[in-house]
Design a protein around this ligand. Structure first.
Ligand code: S3P
Length: 163
């Protein structure tokens, strides 16, 4: 089985995904790392050198590649599952779980992160615009408002949706 974790930047996709993969002896792939390795440069440099549309196209290629993974937990990029073509790529191949975290918690965690080009003044608006898209993309939602311990989130996902 393949699990895709989606949700806004800073919701815990990578941290929780690694825990789930270790616990269930599955592979783990962070989509942003996958893209950075393929491109040989950082996400923030892809944005500044080629713009967001270019990034979205290579992100889509990454989704198509990763949809064929087996027994893998994938931490999606924060924007990936807000695009229908990417949701379609994973349909019938993976279970999509949305980690629903409140914006204040996210801001506290990654508010000043210079490596996330979209964590800027428009982030709150983006968060609100994306919320229904994550909900629609996901097979399941786990609510993780405030400082939920990553181990607990991972356990909840494993017990509710994987085992
Ligand atoms: C993005 C989120 C980032 C990364 C890129 C765009 C977004 O991933 O893919 O900066 O559109 O929200 P994380 O959610 O891992 O930070």
């Amino acid at each position: 089985m393949t699990i895709v974790l989606c949700g806004f930047m800073g919701c815990g996709k990578t941290t929780v995904g690694k825990i789930i993969a270790a616990e269930l002896k599955m592979k783990f792939v962070d989509m942003d790392d996958y893209i950075e390795q393929k491109q040989g440069r950082k996400i923030k440099d892809i944005f500044s050198e080629n713009g967001e549309d270019f990034f979205r196209d290579i992100e889509h290629e990454a989704c198509k590649d990763l949809a064929d993974a087996e027994n893998t937990v994938i931490a999606a990029g924060g924007g990936a599952l807000t695009f229908k073509r990417n949701v379609d790529a994973f349909k019938n191949k993976a279970k999509i779980v949305f980690i629903d975290t409140d914006f204040d918690t996210i801001k506290r965690r990654i508010g000043g992160d210079k490596n996330r080009p979209l964590m800027n003044d428009g982030a709150k608006e983006l968060f609100e615009k994306r919320y229904p898209l994550y909900k629609a993309a996901a097979d399941h939602t786990i609510t993780a408002f405030g400082d939920v311990v990553p181990n607990e989130m991972a356990e909840k996902i494993i017990e509710s949706y994987i085992r």
